[in-house]
Ligand binder design. Structure first.
Ligand SMILES: Cc1cc2nc3c(=O)[nH]c(=O)nc-3n(C[C@H](O)[C@H](O)[C@H](O)COP(=O)(O)OP(=O)(O)OC[C@H]3O[C@@H](n4cnc5c(N)ncnc54)[C@H](O)[C@@H]3O)c2cc1C
Length: 257
């Protein structure tokens, strides 16, 4: 296998046009035993390296592993909560943050919370001679592309963001996950949710109304979708009610009431 370490836009574009797969931590190579003729490694791509953070957010380079980001985050941060639920410690030391957002699987754990936080991806494609950026959103519009940075803003429109995941065991395939962002003004609550596992692409929706009615509204919305089985509706509602309950009992919220 040829291991190509790309350092310039032209080198990356040559890989993209020759369909050379990009490699992050390589967990895909480890798990399915693929041996492509060549891979393109962006972990030393000089545009963004490591984790740079300031009061407005985080910039994550392609070299940053899940465990490095976890260590840099406050343990209460919802991103830390998501990463702690991903695989095993050794997996998190190998897999990269950008590998996890570049890999559009039907259920991917970082995606829902990154969407709610309004993360941006920076990428190289075949149509531009400079690095492009846009909001992270699957499916990606431009294909193929190589991600060289992830920007995660520190400020969010939400008062509370939570993540829930349903799986048979720590290392079995994730069956369903849910990211929820709650905003509240007086008694009016807005709940945005991103659910992975129902279909090929995560399902996103929003409900708003009196806070006591939010659970009922989400339940109605799921029922009206028509293609979500009663089993999945019940599972999602368990997760939503758990999140609403957690929000209800948060000390910082209680102190404001
Ligand atoms: C043991 C194990 C446990 C796992 N557990 C979880 C889990 O709990 N939750 C979860 O969500 N996922 C899980 N996964 C899936 C894993 O998170 C994803 O496969 C993730 O992509 C791994 O990151 P990586 O850096 O190793 O990516 P790689 O395996 O190197 O790459 C994955 C895919 O992303 C593409 N890619 C990587 N980097 C870039 C880039 N810079 N630009 C464009 N494309 C790129 C690759 O071409 C490939 O298609 C698990 C996988 C394994 C093997």
């Amino acid at each position: 296998m040829r291991w190509i370490e790309a350092h310039t836009i032209r080198q990356v574009q040559r890989c993209l046009s020759a369909n050379v797969p990009i490699v992050g931590g390589g967990s895909w190579l480890l798990s399915d035993g693929s041996v492509p003729e060549a891979v393109c490694d962006l972990r030393e791509y000089p545009w963004a390296q490591g984790i740079t953070g300031n009061e407005s957010g985080w910039m994550i380079g392609p070299d940053v592993t899940l465990s490095q980001w976890l260590q840099a985050l406050d343990s209460e941060n919802v991103i830390a909560e998501v990463i702690r639920k991903m695989g095993t410690p050794i997996f998190r030391r190998v897999a990269t943050v950008i590998g996890a957002v570049a890999n559009p699987q039907p259920v991917a754990d970082l995606y829902p919370v990154m969407r709610l936080l309004g993360a941006d991806i920076f990428y190289i494609d075949l149509h531009h001679d400079s690095i492009q950026h846009e909001k992270l959103m699957w499916p990606f519009r431009a294909n193929p592309r190589a991600l060289v940075g992830l920007w995660v803003p520190a400020s969010t429109p939400y008062r509370f963001i939570a993540f829930r995941k349903y799986t048979k065991g720590r290392l079995t395939r994730v069956l369903l996950n849910l990211g929820t962002g709650l905003a509240q003004q007086g008694d009016i609550m807005t709940a945005d949710f991103v659910i992975g596992g129902l279909s090929q692409w995560p399902y996103e929706d929003r409900v708003a109304g009196a806070s006591h009615s939010i659970s009922h509204q989400i339940s109605q919305r799921l029922r009206n979708q028509g293609n979500i089985t009663p089993f999945y509706q019940a599972l999602i509602m368990e997760m939503c009610d758990d999140v609403l309950n957690q929000w209800e009992h948060r000390a910082d919220r209680r102190s404001e009431l």
